[in-house]
Write a protein that binds this ligand. Structure first.
Ligand code: ATP
Ligand code: MG
Length: 388
């Protein structure tokens, strides 16, 4: 059997919030561990996951990805007998040596005061036994390569190789948000970030078939699946937007087309959000990254809707966004060369500082209402879960 000890995130949360956080984290964990045969134990604000050795890889994948876990470690558990505890410490030290680590310290905590040694005694005794056994290892109390942790609780737990988790808040503690998901680099990262603040994520993709291909849509599905591994799955809404885009292209001044398309997307997304009881929209916009993302044009694109638009990437540099995209596994899909919906129009001189009153005057002249109703009515839905 393998035992994992989980360290929870955001320890500053107090009282009722904290209980709610733990309840939802436990529920998410149980849902994601389904099929692995793993079980969850919670005692005194600690989470343990126990599983068969054959399930270690899928279980560790879940622990790596679930929001709300600050860190986790595979632990040895043993009887609360000093000799058993010291043997486990020696085994742990052997593991460190195998991994090429040279310096260590031992830390001990004891919630069971019935254990015959206090934490100071556990530390010094374990430390000297390890030094005796492994002359290659030395103690460094300030910046050791590894810390061997001993915890005397219901059982004794010994571990050293702690891994960082995603941190953040468990998905489901902050309501639902609707992500505008394109096939690009930015929007998948934006969805990931808001899920990390506890939001449930639905996604909407605007498709302009046949100007955008089935492959382009497939790419979005695949991004939704990858992000879905962190967000407890994603429900993806696909909106056929060809007619709306054609109307904009036919009737609007060329330099305004991109801003008007964004306005139409926002309006349509808000209607889907209302239907799904989502409390906000989420986009991958980053200030001044492209012409449509100046603060003036952002004023235009949000001028027709009332829901807040969350833009977690607004102040983040492209390099940093790319780094996150690589870490979460969306980057390679995002850079596949399928066209996105803007191929219908890329005006050579787009409006850079649009004025909302003017934008709305043009928008209204397009008479989009019927086309928008139709697009909303024909929207399709699918659940994208991570293929395990
Ligand atoms: P991304 O990398 O996310 O595609 P981008 O840098 O290409 O962003 P834009 O094309 O200006 O920027 O899009 C800004 C935001 O608008 C995107 O991050 C996304 O949230 C939304 N968006 C753009 N196109 C679509 C689409 N076809 N379907 C859904 N949302 C879209
Ligand atoms: Mg894009």
């Amino acid at each position: 059997m393998a035992v994992y000890l989980l360290k929870l995130g955001e320890l500053t949360l107090k009282g009722g919030n904290r209980r709610e956080f733990e309840r939802i984290l436990r529920r998410n964990l149980a849902q994601r561990l389904r099929g692995t045969g793993a079980s969850i134990q919670t005692t005194a604000g600690r989470f343990y996951v126990t599983c068969d050795e054959s399930a270690e890889i899928p279980v560790e994948t879940v622990l790596d990805r679930l929001f709300g876990i600050a860190g986790w470690a595979k632990t040895r558990d043993c009887k609360k007998i000093p000799q058993a505890v010291f043997d486990a410490c020696i085994e742990e030290a052997a593991l460190l040596r195998e991994n090429g680590l040279r310096t260590f310290k031992v830390e001990a905590r004891r919630t069971d005061k019935g254990f015959p040694l206090n934490s100071y005694e556990i530390r010094s005794e374990a430390g000297s036994l390890i030094l005796e056994q492994f002359p290659g290892l030395t103690v460094d109390v300030h910046s050791p390569d590894a810390v061997i942790q001993v915890e005397i609780r219901e059982k004794a737990y010994i571990y050293s190789m702690a891994r960082k988790g995603q941190r953040g808040l468990p998905v489901g503690t902050a309501g639902r948000g609707l992500l505008l998901l394109s096939g690009g680099i930015d929007s998948p990262v934006a969805g990931y970030m808001m899920a990390g603040r506890g939001m449930h994520i639905d996604a909407v993709y605007f498709h302009a078939y046949p100007y955008t291909s089935d492959e382009a849509r497939q790419k979005v599905v695949s991004l939704a699946e990858t992000v879905g591994a962190y967000t407890m799955g994603i429900r993806l809404h696909t909106v056929g937007f060809t007619a709306v885009q054609m109307r904009i292209k036919e009737r609007a001044p060329m330099e305004w087309t991109t801003v008007l398309l964004r306005m139409a997307m926002m309006e349509c997304a808000q209607r889907i959000a209302f239907r799904r009881k989502a409390k906000c929209l989420i986009t991958g916009e980053s200030l001044s990254q492209v012409a449509s993302q100046t603060v003036e044009n952002i004023s235009c694109t949000q001028s027709r809707i009332t829901l807040p638009v969350l833009r977690p990437l607004i102040g983040i540099e492209k390099d940093d966004i790319i780094r996150t995209a690589k870490r979460i596994g969306t980057y390679d899909t995002s850079i596949l060369p399928y066209e996105d919906c803007c191929v219908l129009f890329s005006p050579p001189h787009p409006i850079i500082r649009g004025e909302p009153a003017e934008a709305n005057r043009i928008y209204e002249s397009l008479e989009l209402a019927d086309l928008m109703d139709e697009a909303v009515r024909e929207t399709t839905e699918e659940k994208c879960a991570f293929p395990e």
